[in-house]
Design a protein around this ligand. Sequence first.
Ligand SMILES: [Zn+2]
Length: 354
Amino acid sequence: MKAQTRYLTDERRWKAVVDRDKSADGAFYYAVKTTGIFCRPGCASRLPNRDHVIFFASSPEALAAGYRPCMRCRPGGVSIDEELEKNLISACRVIAQSDRIPKLKELAETLGLSPYHFHRMFKKYVGVTPKQFGASLRARRLSASLRSKDSVTEAIYDAGYSSSSGPYNRNQDRLSMRPGEFRAGAAGITVSYAIARGFLGWTIVGATDRGICAIEFGDDPASLPRQLQDSFPKAQIVPAGPGFTRLLGEVVRSIESPRSAFNLPLDIQGTAFQQKVWNVLRTIAPGTTLSYTEVAEKIGNRNAARAVASACAANKLAVVIPCHRILSKDGGVSGYRWGIDRKQALLDHEKEGG
Ligand SMILES: [Zn+2]
């Protein structure tokens, strides 16, 4: 079993801490509220009181929450100069507290470091770049906000995205792609879902803490969660809470009106090649189509038509990534993950101006 899936619950994490389970190292970190220090699960230091312990998925998160790395188990990974450590922790705080991700130059200047040196040190000790760190914090805030706010838009603003950047910007989807986790069958990821009836039948919408990761169709609502599980074999699939209703409604509406802007954050999971293909698909306007070969040409490999067809078949975000707008060379409506009838219905609908 993957380390990440073994330590999903706080109970299991705490047991690993009690057992000083070295194999849990890297899967999570624990911090002690009374001492302000965070450790690896296998740390040999005295066992803290359970009530004072909180868990973090990564050391940057623990740093951002104001905890210092333990000198004994060195959860930051490497020993670090005290002055530099202080600087990096304060940079983490600045990023965590600002509404937008601060510019590298600004961050470096406040610490009296060159942007190059700062970037290098941040990456080395925190494990990710300042930009990635900010993005993951915002995604986390977004997921918390989506649960508590009525409106998705409100939640998105609340999480510190602005209308001109953030999840509305297609180019930024890249931030939420996780090819490594995708290859692991989405191990350690929770996918919340809800089901609604749309004009193409039953529709299941799945979302991770970063955005919508699946939009799929089926004839039988009862079998849709299993279908979702097949797409993300190792993820934890759970029914979404009431805060998901609006999101679901927006997705269903956007399928019915493909010409309206789709403004929700996406969590696109696929290989680098699939992402390339899907990015091309997203440039095809409603009512128009391309052939597999034309898409292959657009990604600069005109012999890859077959691989393009596979990437289309692997798409889990129906309509939003419009794989239905790809026809075979002779213009025939071939192959669609959710059935050729649905593909034809979508094409007819768009031709009629829907
Ligand atoms: Zn320790």
